[in-house]
Design a protein around this ligand. Structure first.
Ligand code: NAD
Length: 340
């Protein structure tokens, strides 16, 4: 346990077990040096407790980096609830989780993530105010897609000399909440779209609505394009997929796109500009953080505008140093989190 904490530089780790509801929860707090730790709550089955702990720690660390570079006075945290094979009452389990979050007195603020819904967060909210993304909040994926679109423009500017996306060819991997909304915005400005999803229904819809061309998920990396946008799952950028890429830039919403940190260097070596995932996909976090503080939509929109600015800074520095923007982003986040 301490090895995981040490490797990810976790500040604190909290465990809860409630036999009455079946709750087995881990809350990993990576950092509170910039503010309270905000991060999602996963409710998934894990092969063992170590995998659950590692997932919580890794995601909490990612949230710290994301909040730091988004200029939010927030730290990073993550909750993982180990999903039991059977649960008598899902609502009661999430209420028990809400009581657990409350014991941390605001050091951790929770939100939806894989396997959890706004309805679950409503149960949490019965016992704590340190919760976002309830059914009363706006869908964060809308803001994530807006930030992503602005980030694609900044990426095109840095790599191709213009932020005009008209006529560019963009491949989108994953047409979920974020990927589909991105496709809609790109279609509106005249981008040529090539799309794939594991769900053929999502692809058909994009073909019908945006004139997109559907692609087989298997062969997607080798398709020539200007920008490749991973908006499905993480770890898609590995030696095999990078070797196939025929694009100028990779810029997408998926979390943890790089299978390992050195994949950023491999992209750089191949002359492919990489938009650090936790910078370009921060829109949802910005919305959750600002609305939890009681700020309005105008403030959220103003803060979202910092995403392309931050990317432009990173690209400029990366070009000067001849290094990957991902390396520059990590170093910048670490300087903010560990000033000494
Ligand atoms: P989602 O679950 O709504 O959509 C993901 C889509 O990707 C699904 O339609 C799925 O079928 C598809 N997919 C998965 N693997 C695929 C593959 N190999 N090939 C093609 N399609 C594939 O998720 P979302 O909310 O749209 O988020 C997309 C990604 O962005 C996730 O990695 C998520 O963690 C990340 N992200 C989302 C937000 C947000 O606000 N929703 C914020 C930050 C990061």
């Amino acid at each position: 346990m301490f090895a995981v904490m040490e490797a990810t530089r976790l500040e604190t780790l909290h465990l809860a077990h409630d036999p009455a509801t079946g709750l087995k929860a881990i809350i990993a707090i990576h950092s509170t040096c910039l503010g309270p730790a905000l991060g999602g709550c996963r409710y998934l089955a894990y092969p063992d407790q170590t995998s659950a702990l590692r997932d919580a720690a890794r995601l909490a660390q990612g949230m710290s980096y994301k909040a730091a570079l988004a200029g939010l006075a927030l730290g990073g945290g993550q909750a993982v609830l180990i999903r039991p094979p059977h649960v008598a009452s899902r609502g009661a389990l999430f209420e028990a989780f809400g009581r657990f979050v409350e014991t941390l007195q605001g050091n951790y603020i929770t939100a939806t993530d894989s396997g959890t819904s706004s309805a679950d967060m409503d149960c949490v909210a019965q016992h704590t105010r340190y919760v976002t993304s309830t059914t009363r909040s706006a869908d964060p994926s809308v803001q994530t897609a807006l930030g992503l679109f602005a980030g694609l423009r900044a990426t095109a500017k840095a790599r191709l000399g213009s932020n005009d996306l008209q006529g560019l060819r963009v491949v989108i991997q994953g047409l979920g909440n974020v990927g589909y909304a991105l496709a809609e915005q790109l279609h509106a400005v005249g981008t040529e779209l090539l799309v794939s999803d594991l769900d053929p229904g999502r692809v058909s819809l994009a073909v019908e609505q945006f004139g997109a061309r559907g692609l087989d998920p298997e062969g997607i990396f080798a398709v020539p394009c200007d920008i490749f946008a991973p908006c499905g799952l993480g770890a898609v950028l590995n030696p095999a997929s990078i070797a196939q890429l025929r694009c100028c830039a990779v810029a997408g919403a998926a979390n943890n796109q790089l299978a390992s940190p050195d994949m950023a260097d491999e992209l750089e070596r191949r002359g492919i500009l990489y938009a650090p995932d936790y910078v370009i996909n921060a829109g949802g976090l910005i919305q959750a953080a600002l609305t939890h503080r009681g700020q309005d939509a105008v403030a959220v929109t103003a803060h979202l505008a910092r995403i392309p600015q931050r990317l432009a800074e990173l690209y400029g520095q990366a070009q000067a140093d001849k290094r990957s923007p991902a390396r520059i982003a990590d170093e910048l986040a670490e300087r903010l989190l560990y000033p000494d």
